[in-house]
Write a protein that binds this ligand. Structure first.
Ligand SMILES: [Zn+2]
Length: 228
């Protein structure tokens, strides 16, 4: 029997750290959710959009605010082509190295240019107090499978296997539309999409449920103690 790789499919105790977050959608339906983090960038995102269009798939892009400002035409193209976007902070901050006030302010700054109620923390990491502040305003989306495309030792073949070995109904799958990953994705992504379709899976975008917007700190003071 295959021993599951916790670096690819997070085990239950990791998922329990952020209990209200979405790691996987309904196991009842053969829908799967391709997600792309860290863009938009001209070196990678247009190519990803082209393959998605060619394959008639929708996906979700967790964007970095400063990239949205720099490459706004690509950001608008993502939306115009029917995909959804999510907030991935303004400067790709690592939560554990950032104060709660700085982190939430950075997310809010990103929300001025990314109109979405979806949020994914860079590196999948944030403190519990950051999480609790943000979960009142955002649908937190982590992942069921991370392709590990960013890792220098993970080849296109391994990216394919990471997805194919762990895919199941409702899987949220993480890739990166970045300079670092694009050459590998050009090989792996078409194969992955073909495999998903051949196996009966339907790649769809994560719905961005636009709830009414409450200013982040309007209802309670900022908690700087680090305690909930
Ligand atoms: Zn990221």
């Amino acid at each position: 029997m295959r021993i599951p790789d916790p670096r690819v499919q997070p085990p239950g105790f990791i998922r329990g750290l952020f209990p209200g977050a979405t790691w996987r959608y309904s196991p009842e339906n053969p829908e799967v959710y391709l997600t792309f983090d860290d863009g938009p960038v001209p070196e990678a995102t247009p190519w990803v959009l082209e393959i998605l269009e060619k394959e008639d798939c929708k996906a979700t892009f967790f964007c970095v605010g400063e990239n949205v400002v720099r490459h706004n035409t690509i950001y608008r193209r993502i939306i115009e082509e029917g995909h959804t976007t999510g907030n991935h902070t303004y400067n790709h901050l690592q939560g554990l190295k950032t104060t709660e006030r700085e982190y939430t302010a950075n997310v809010e700054k990103a929300s001025e240019v990314i109109d979405s109620r979806l949020f994914r923390p860079p590196h999948g990491l944030m403190t519990l107090s950051q999480y609790r502040q943000l979960e009142t305003r955002y649908n937190m989306v982590l992942w069921d499978i991370v392709s590990r495309d960013y890792h220098p030792e993970v080849s296109p073949d391994k990216i394919c296997r990471n997805v194919i070995d762990y895919i199941r109904n409702g899987s949220v799958i993480t890739f990166h539309d970045s300079v670092k990953t694009i050459q590998k994705l050009k090989i792996a992504l078409p194969l992955i999409i073909k495999m998903l379709k051949d196996s009966g899976y339907l790649p769809v975008a994560i719905p961005d449920i636009r709830t009414s917007c409450i200013p982040l700190h309007a209802d309670r003071p900022v908690n700087l103690s680090g305690k909930a």
